[in-house]
Write a protein that binds this ligand. Sequence first.
Ligand SMILES: Nc1ncnc2c1ncn2[C@@H]1O[C@H](COP(=O)(O)OP(=O)(O)OP(=O)(O)O)[C@@H](O)[C@H]1O
Length: 357
Amino acid sequence: MSLTVRARMRRAGLDMHIHVDLPTEGVTAVFGRSGCGKTSLLRIIAGLDRVPGAEVCFDDQTWQGLNASIPLEKRRIGLVFQESSLLPHLGVRDNLLYGYQRTPDSQRRHRPEAIIDLLGLGTLIERRIDQLSGGQRQRIALGRALLASPQLLLLDEPLSALDSQSKREIMPFLDRLSGEIGVPIIYVSHAAAEIERLADHVALMERGRIESVEPIQQALSRPDSPLFADEGPASVLMGTLQASDAPDLQMFRSGALTLRLALPNPVQAGPTTVRLRIGARDVSLAIEPTTGISILNQLPFTIEAVHARDERRVIIRGRLVSGDLLLAEVSGWSARELLLQPGKRVFALVKAVSLLD
Ligand SMILES: Nc1ncnc2c1ncn2[C@@H]1O[C@H](COP(=O)(O)OP(=O)(O)OP(=O)(O)O)[C@@H](O)[C@H]1O
């Protein structure tokens, strides 16, 4: 399954040249600097902008071809923008049901109660639109889009107008969307934190072109990734949480890899996949396992690449026993002194992790 887009167009100061196959499983984030053409790409996919000669194919359906184009409503796309326009004269319930009631029975995939539950909207259902916070509005907008039973959801910076508290509140709901609803999502954002948390694949966009489409872990394995511009290089591991013998520790497992976590707030253990973020600055390297040290995790680590970040700092990419990639940031001096080079087996000392929840 994929979403193929081919389009060429000139806009003020931008030469858009798109030729891409985007995955249609899970969340595909489109990441790039302001003005690189992300919204323009979504509008082409949705059919809101008609570009002569463009092609848009979703699985076996041609949405736009050389001779034909089908309109937005027939594409069955759910759209949620930065500030979604709910209908102000309707209450929350009627806004939610707006698309549902216009969807033929045979195409309805979700029950309103299930979506209300999924997005935690139960207590808001009797409210007027002007009685909602920004985060609540975005949840209603997501619910309304889902209840129209889309085959593809396009989210254009849905969190960017929200404060950080509202972002934190809405994130778990977004996380559940693709997993529980099974609808593929194209997620435009220039916030690396959202992408680390939500994306399965990342499409990097630059100056009107898609430069790469990769699984999230691969996108994070390049030390010079544009995703790292704000927070510095980091790795994301995916695994499950388990209880440990020590009451104040939890175990994170990914294949043959186990990490001990001292989380500020314990999270329920279980089979649900969680994401663990490890900043490269929080990883040191040692030639041998070290005793008498407070660090909880010393992980066997095979160096794959060494990348000079600047004159003094070096990013080392290595592979863990689980096959996961991990980045470590060390001084250039240490890299020389310890002869850190591809193929060498060392130990990654992980000083801090955060659970992306
Ligand atoms: N309707 C339009 N007519 C002409 N030019 C436009 C139009 N919409 C956008 N542009 C221009 O096209 C370029 C790409 O805009 P677009 O909104 O797609 O970028 P973006 O990556 O989504 O940016 P941002 O992250 O700031 O939302 C910009 O230079 C913009 O000024």
